[in-house]
Design a protein around this ligand. Structure first.
Ligand SMILES: [Zn+2]
Ligand SMILES: [Zn+2]
Length: 330
């Protein structure tokens, strides 16, 4: 945004000089009011982005914390013997908050000038129509999933795993708060998949509003937290949309260390064959369920199947970590 005020930015009052407020929706009016109140678009965008991220991330974690504290929901827990303790959840929260304030806050603060450079609309009202928003968000979902699949596979390469991605694999039975529990370099690498779609889109088409990016970020945060929740309910999205990954898919990645590298969709792992162990595991669990055992016997058998997959995962992790050692001694 060019300016001639000498302030280094154009005050919001000047930005909205030609806006007809009577034609705006309630949300668009609130949007403009926020920019008018802060009166500095750089700070207004930075602050809104940071608050949105914090509120949605921790807000989405709260139901999962309550579900973990309620034994009634245990029957839908993917690894029912592994319930995160309050202490584990608090340790994880502190670490995630530390990374939010040290890495994400500065990154978000730099986002407005960076975004405007690529032609992203921020303070502008009205918002794009919902069809445009839906189409763009769908593109971001597909782009992120593909990016994440390859970047995540690279993070399982010995040196990158040992020095970066191992932190995220601390929890073999993840919980919502663990979604962003990761090395700063991983936050940066995988965050590129989340923001890369919007940056690519706006640099190609110059037709993207930050409101659409916020819709995407909110859905992506829900996806990330929910896929780490550790619960697979009969009403979970993957039972309605069969190519949706969900917690069932990603929980296996944490438990068995191998397979299931993508985020939102199942098709990349399916196409590249990186879901073979997962499908084998699901087949064993389904066969156990169909074998007419008593609930107690079935629970014991399911536990043994899971423990076997986890044991193989521990061995697979050792092999990955040993790669670094081999490099040094070769
Ligand atoms: Zn991983
Ligand atoms: Zn994970």
């Amino acid at each position: 945004m060019s300016n001639s005020t000498g302030l280094g930015y154009t005050p919001a009052s000047a930005l909205y000089a030609n806006t007809d407020f009577s034609k705006l929706s309630w949300l668009e009016t609130q949007w403009a009011a926020w920019y008018l109140w802060i009166d500095n678009p750089v700070i207004a965008t930075g602050l809104m982005s940071f608050l949105l991220h914090e509120i949605v991330y921790f807000g989405r974690c709260i139901p999962w914390i309550l579900i973990d504290a309620t034994p009634y929901f245990r029957k839908w827990k993917l690894q029912p013997t592994k319930i995160p303790t309050a202490r584990e959840q608090w340790e994880c929260t502190k670490q995630v908050l530390f990374s939010h304030f040290t890495i994400e806050l500065p990154a978000i603060w730099l986002f407005h000038p960076f975004a405007e450079l690529f032609g992203l609309s921020t303070w502008q009202v009205p918002f794009p129509d919902w069809q445009t928003v839906a189409m763009q968000v769908a593109f971001f979902f597909v782009f992120e999933d593909g990016f994440h699949f390859f970047a995540h596979r690279a993070l399982h390469w010995g040196p990158l795993y040992k020095h970066i991605h191992k932190i995220h694999h601390k929890y073999a039975a993840p919980f919502g708060l663990a979604a962003e529990y990761a090395h700063p370099a991983e936050v940066f690498i995988l965050g590129t998949g989340t923001l890369g779609g919007p940056i690519l889109y706006t640099s190609l088409f110059h037709n993207l509003h930050i409101f659409t990016v916020y819709v995407w970020i909110v859905l992506r945060l829900f996806q990330a937290v929910d896929s780490h929740s550790g619960y697979d309910f009969p009403w979970s999205l993957q039972h309605i949309v069969p190519f949706w990954s969900g917690a069932d898919h990603h929980d296996f990645h944490h438990m068995a260390f191998v397979n299931n590298f993508s985020t939102s969709f199942r098709w990349f792992d399916h196409f590249f064959g990186t879901d073979d162990k997962y499908r084998e595991y699901k087949a064993k669990v389904n066969a156990a369920k169909a074998s007419g055992l008593s609930p107690k016997e079935l629970a014991a058998l399911e536990l043994r199947i899971a423990q076997q997959a986890e044991k193989e995962g521990v061995e697979a992790e050792k092999v990955v970590e040993a790669y670094n050692f081999k490099l040094k001694t070769a």
